[in-house]
Design a protein around this ligand. Structure first.
Ligand code: NAD
Ligand code: TYD
Length: 351
C-alpha cells in the first residue's frame, strides 16, 4: 500500500539509517525527511539515496508551531516516524532547556498536528515515537529493563525523552491517536556524530589524541548496531499494535573501559600500529554528573511478538564501524571542522 511517511530527524545518525532502509526497501512509499539541520543533522549522511524518486528533504523546526501546521496542511502525511531530538546527555547537562523545547514541545507540536489533520482517520494514520532506554534510569548489577519497568530518568536528556513518551501515550489514551513507542539501547555504527563515545574514541585514536573515559570506565551500556535498530523500527512500524511499547536491545553489555580497550586493539590492527600503542591514549577524566551506572534491555517481547533478533555480533559490528570511519575520513573531517554546517545549512535545501 502507498504511504506518505514523514521521518523527523532523518539527517541525524539513526534517522539517516531509517530513511535509507525505507527509501530502498519500500519504493511504493513517499518518504519526507523533516529536519532542522542542527549541528547533529548532516545531509551528507544520505548522499547515496538523495536522488531517489520516493525521497524528499524539507528543512523545518518541530518547535515552530506555524511551520508544523502549514507543513501538515500542505503535505498531508499519513504517518510519522519521529526521531528528531536533542540526543546528547552531556549537552543536556549544560543546556537542559533546549532539550525541553525540542524533545518535549517539539513532540507535542507534532502530536497536535496529527490530532488536527488526521481526525476521522486515527486508526489508519500512525505516530511512531522513537525513544530511549535511558527513561528507565539506572540498573544495579542484576536485572534488565522491561516494558513494565517504572520510568526513573536522571539526566535532563532522559527526563525530556520520558516526558515525550508520556505525551505520546496520553494522546493515544485521550484522543485515540494510533501510536507506538520503542525504547532502544545505545546504538553504534556509521554516520554517528563524534561527540558520542564510540565515534569520538575512533576519531581521537586516529588523530593520536587522548580518549576521555569518564570516572573509572565502569559504567555499562548495552550496544546495538544501528541497522538492527532501523530493522526493528521497520517491523514495529508495520506490525506493532497501537498503544504498545517495545524495548529494543542487543543483549550486549559492555563496561566502557572494556569496550575502549577492544576498540584500541582493533585500531592498532587497522592502522598497523605497535600493539598496545592506542591503549596508551586512554585518559580517565572527571565523571559525568548523575552518570547512570548500567543500562541493559530485555527485548524478549519484540523477539516473541514480532520475530526480531539482532543480526550482528558486537565484535564484527565494531570492526565494520571502524572500517567505515577509516574509509570516510573526509566525512569525519567535515563534521569535526564544522564545514558541513556552512555548506548544507545555507545552500543545500532540496525541496
Ligand atoms: P542525532 O542527534 O544524531 O540526530 C537528531 C536529528 O534531529 C538531527 O538530524 C537534528 O538536525 C534533528 N533535529 C534536532 N532538533 C530538531 C528540531 N527542532 N526540528 C527538526 N529536527 C531537529 O540523534 P540520534 O542519535 O540519531 O537519535 C535519534 C532518536 O533516537 C532520538 O529521538 C534519540 O532520543 C533516540 N535514540 C537514540 C539512541 C542512540 O544511541 N543514539 C538510542 C535510543 C534512542
Ligand atoms: P554516550 O555515547 O554519550 O551515550 P549515553 O550517555 O547516551 O549512554 O556515552 C556512552 C558511555 O560512555 C556513557 O557511560 C558515558 C561514557 N563516555 C565516556 O566515558 N567518555 C566520553 O567522552 C563520552 C562521550 C562518553
Amino acid at each position: 500500500m502507498n504511504k506518505k511517511i514523514v521521518v523527523t530527524g532523518g539527517a541525524g545518525f539513526i534517522g539517516s539509517h531509517v530513511i535509507r532502509r525505507f527509501v530502498s526497501g519500500y519504493p511504493e512509499y513517499q518518504i519526507i525527511n523533516l529536519d532542522k539541520l542542527t549541528y547533529a543533522g548532516n545531509l551528507a549522511n544520505l548522499k547515496d539515496i538523495e536522488n531517489q524518486p520516493n525521497y524528499r528533504f524539507v528543512k523545518g523546526d518541530i518547535t515552530d508551531v506555524e511551520f508544523i501546521d502549514s507543513f501538515f496542511n500542505k503535505e498531508k502525511p499519513d504517518n510519522i516516524i519521529h526521531l528528531a531530538a536533542e540526543s546528547h546527555v552531556d549537552r543536556s547537562i549544560s543546556n537542559p532547556t533546549e532539550f525541553v523545547m525540542t524533545n518535549v514541545l517539539g513532540t507535542v507540536n507534532l502530536l497536535n498536528a496529527a490530532k488536527k489533520y488526521w481526525v476521522g482517520n486515527y486508526n489508519e494514520n500512525r505516530f511512531y515515537h522513537v525513544s530511549t532506554d535511558e527513561v528507565y534510569g539506572a540498573l544495579g548489577e542484576e536485572g534488565l529493563f522491561t516494558e513494565e519497568t517504572r520510568y526513573d530518568p536522571h539526566s535532563p536528556y532522559s527526563a525530556s525523552k520520558a516526558s515525550s513518551d508520556h505525551f505520546v501515550r496520553a494522546y493515544h489514551d485521550t484522543y485515540g491517536i494510533n501510536a507506538v513507542i520503542s525504547n532502544c539501547s545505545n546504538n553504534y555504527g556509521s554516520h554517528h556524530f563524534p561527540e558520542k563515545l564510540i565515534p569520538l574514541a575512533i576519531n581521537n585514536l586516529l588523530n593520536n589524541k587522548s580518549v576521555p573515559v569518564y570516572g573509572k570506565g565502569e559504567n555499562i551500556r548495552d550496544w546495538l548496531w544501528v541497522e538492527d535498530h532501523a530493522r526493528a523500527i521497520d517491523v514495529i512500524f508495520h506490525k506493532g499494535k497501537s498503544g504498545e511499547t517495545f524495548n529494543i536491545g542487543g543483549h550486549n553489555e559492555w563496561k566502557n573501559i572494556d569496550l575502549i580497550i577492544l576498540l584500541c586493539k582493533i585500531m592498532d590492527g587497522k592502522l598497523k600500529r605497535v600493539a598496545g600503542s592506542s591503549e596508551k591514549l586512554i585518559s580517565f577524566v572527571k565523571d559525568r554528573a548523575g552518570h547512570d551506572i548500567r543500562y541493559a534491555i530485555d527485548s524478549s517481547k519484540l523477539q516473541k511478538e514480532l520475530d526480531w533478533v539482532p543480526s550482528l555480533q558486537f565484535e564484527e559490528g565494531l570492526e565494520k564501524t571502524v572500517d567505515w570511519y577509516l574509509a570516510n575520513t573526509a566525512w569525519l573531517d567535515d563534521v569535526t571542522s564544522g564545514g558541513y554546517l556552512k555548506y548544507y545549512q545555507d545552500q543545500y535545501v532540496k525541496r
